[in-house]
Design a protein around this ligand. Structure first.
Ligand SMILES: [Zn+2]
Length: 355
């Protein structure tokens, strides 16, 4: 079933998730923080003819809103709304489908989600569709009981405006914008692996309330570390799918899984996670590096333009090299190229369902 290009929400989002699972591929969920990263993500999706998930962390939303402003919930709400509005305005021009998401919100950040739900309601009343497609709650620091009951309350609210929720079970290692903590080498890492029974409990509590996706921890870690610190065990996803399938009498791979901390992962493990029903892989660290690498190469090749308005020896004007659009474009191109590689790894290249 083909969808219209642009922002994808509600039933269309479920159609897209089902298409990913049926087609054996996943979409990259790209953290964006500014207009360069947002446009680069759209560019990569258009070039690869892949649908894409674009998301903001609370820190990304704050940066988008303006780093010089106070670090308040209000600025984080407005920053995320600004980015989403830009995406709504431009996405269809790229000819692909865009899912708008937010990243990790722990208990402290629930007011951020509350503000975004308010903005989403307003957008829903005006246009019949929400502003974002889905929000993520990360209550993995709470007890399983609290995690699931708070997530259920939010899912009810989100479902009213045709939105989905992503919850986290088990702990994604590392730190993402103040949520979580850095990996300790040699520590007991058993909390980094979700138990299939926890997934079943969440499924039973959320089923029927609306559309939900689950970030289940299988040794995935935010950031890129030396290999060998934590072992990636995607079979946990398979075991969880089979457990829920059997107990609840459902079809193959009934759950919609999300793979956090995708950066730096071995390609074979990515493919394995996708085969166990992961339809979304978050990518941030690798695209951050691609941005830095793009500008780094440009600065190296055009050094004089970053310190002089005219060439110190020849006197030639250097404006066309230091124009921020020149080096900004290098950031965009480098990030888009890295994202297209991620799309190849996830199998989403050429698979857009939007025409
Ligand atoms: Zn994450």
């Amino acid at each position: 079933m083909a969808l219209k290009p642009g922002i994808i929400t509600g039933k269309d989002y479920i159609t897209l998730v089902e298409a990913c699972k049926a087609g054996g591929y996943a979409l990259p969920a790209v953290n964006v923080t500014d207009i360069n990263s947002l446009n680069a993500a759209l560019e990569a999706a258009a070039n690869a003819k892949s649908d894409i998930i674009i998301q903001l962390s609370n820190g990304g939303a704050r940066y988008y809103g303006g780093s010089s402003l106070p670090d308040t919930i209000d600025v984080k709400v407005k920053g995320a709304v600004s980015a989403a509005r830009h995406a709504h305005m431009m996405a269809a021009d790229y000819g692909i489908g865009v899912v708008l998401h937010t990243d990790h919100a722990n208990r402290k950040l629930l007011p951020w989600i509350d503000g975004l739900i308010e903005a989403g309601k307003k957008h829903f009343e005006e246009t019949g569709a929400p502003l974002f497609s889905s929000h993520m709650l990360d209550l993995s620091e709470e007890t399983l009981e609290d995690n699931i009951s708070i997530s259920a309350d939010y899912l009810k609210k989100l479902h009213e405006i045709d939105m989905s929720i992503e919850i986290e079970l088990g702990v994604t290692g590392g730190e993402e914008d103040g949520v979580g903590s850095d990996l300790v080498e040699g520590a007991d890492n058993s909390h980094l692996y979700t138990q299939p029974d926890e997934v079943l409990t969440a499924y039973k509590a959320l089923d029927g309330l609306g559309h939900f996706t689950i970030a289940a921890a299988f040794g995935n870690v935010h950031g890129v570390y030396k290999p060998g610190n934590v072992v990636l065990r995607p079979e946990i996803l398979d075991q969880s799918q089979k457990h829920v399938e059997k107990i609840c009498g459902l079809g193959h791979n009934p759950l919609h899984f999300v793979f956090h901390g995708g950066s730096g992962s071995e390609k074979a493990k990515i493919a394995e996670a996708v085969s166990y029903g992961a339809f979304k892989m978050n990518i941030d660290t690798d695209t951050q590096f691609a941005c830095a690498n793009g500008i780094g190469k440009y600065v190296e090749a055009n050094r004089e333009a970053f310190f002089h308005q005219m060439h110190p020896e020849t006197g030639a004007p250097l404006k066309k090299f230091y124009d921020p659009r020149k080096w900004g474009r290098e950031i965009q191109k480098s990030m888009a190229t890295r994202l297209m590689e991620a799309m190849d790894d996830l199998g989403s290249t050429g698979k857009s369902i939007c025409r």
